[in-house]
Design a protein around this ligand. Structure first.
Ligand code: 3PG
Length: 322
């Protein structure tokens, strides 16, 4: 075989392939940015969007890739096995409950997230939903104002901090509970730390949920917590549906005709909630907290840079599996 043909084959062989696997596509401007990072590094970008339930398409396109950039896309052991060369998965976003971490670790695959990159977008949506709810879903009747109301931030991470920043502009009294964040850090932002989730729900007129879905938090927002809220309590969930005990949510909303629940993650019992609590329940049709051009650019480009750093310098900052 001629030398130049051999060289070309070698380059193709060593050129890393990165698959942007996003059922919910990024804005084109973000894809262009990711493409630039990948091309500048001498790698190739593949795209698989809007695949829905077509897992055969996913496994086919993943077969020769070295890296995955995903959003809320589920990465199962089957997908990992379909991509024998896979070395790294970067969740372009915060929550990585959609990746089977144990399976990744077993296969020697590094999993990372891109913390903070989309948090302002989620926080802004939380306020959009808050205003809509206190103005009775814009049905023309007399509602409430946020000014002077007590806002509870359930988990004080990147999104929670942005929620606190925006809440100051609304003139709200801001409280936060976070089992892992030192109370001094919360106080430094002019936010009042509380000792427990129970206390947060008891004090606050509005609670904005920002806890991740982990074995410890799944279904942890239950009747006992929600029933503690003052009259006309509003719960805003832009985190995960899994953290809500949906059966108990229905029960508490049946018992308390004053409570409202608005969410960016459609509950499994959406039809029941819609039927029973019209005007007190709202969900976006598709999770859209992080669906802004800015968040797509920030998280997508960070993910691409992290992959390049991983392959070129062995950088494992933001690795979430051991
Ligand atoms: C996250 O965990 O970063 C947010 O929930 C956004 O998820 P998305 O990328 O699926 O919109």
């Amino acid at each position: 075989m001629p030398w130049h043909v051999l060289c070309s084959l070698l380059i193709i062989y060593i050129m890393k392939k990165i698959l942007l696997l996003t059922d919910k596509p990024f804005a084109q401007v973000a894809i262009d940015g990711i493409q630039k990072v990948v091309t500048d590094a001498g790698y190739e970008l593949k795209l698989c969007e809007k695949y829905g339930t077509d897992m055969a398409r996913v496994t086919r396109v993943a077969a020769d890739v070295d890296a995955l950039i995903i959003r809320s896309d589920k990465v199962t052991p089957e997908i990992m096995d379909a991509a024998p060369g896979l070395k790294i998965i970067v969740r372009a976003g915060a929550g990585y409950d959609n990746v089977d971490l144990e399976a990744a670790t077993q296969r020697g695959i590094c999993v990372m997230n891109t913390p903070g990159q989309n948090s302002n977008a989620v926080a802004e949506l939380a306020f959009g939903m808050m205003v809509m709810a206190v103005r009775n879903m814009y049905n023309g009747t007399s509602g409430f104002e946020l000014k002077g109301k007590k806002l509870g931030i359930h988990a004080y991470g990147n999104v929670g901090r942005n929620v606190a920043r925006i809440a100051k502009g609304f003139g709200m009294e801001i409280y936060a509970f976070d089992a892992y964040c030192p109370k001094e850090a919360i106080e430094a932002d002019g936010v009042i730390p509380v000792e427990s989730a129970e206390a947060l729900y008891e004090i606050c007129n509005v609670v904005s949920i920002h806890i991740p879905a982990t074995p410890g938090t799944r279904m942890s927002i239950n009747y006992n917590l929600l029933n503690r809220m003052p009259k006309n309590g509003l719960i805003v969930n832009t985190a995960r549906k899994e953290v809500i005990n949906e059966i108990e949510l229905v029960k508490v909303m049946e018992d308390r005709a004053d409570l409202k629940y608005v969410t960016d993650i459609m509950p499994d019992d959406h039809a029941e909630l819609l039927e029973k609590f019209a005007g007190r329940y709202f969900t976006t049709p598709k999770k859209m907290g992080a669906q802004t051009a800015e968040a797509n650019i920030n998280a997508g480009i960070a993910a691409a840079n992290q992959i390049v750093g991983f392959f070129k310098d062995g950088c494992e900052k933001f690795r979430v599996n051991k």
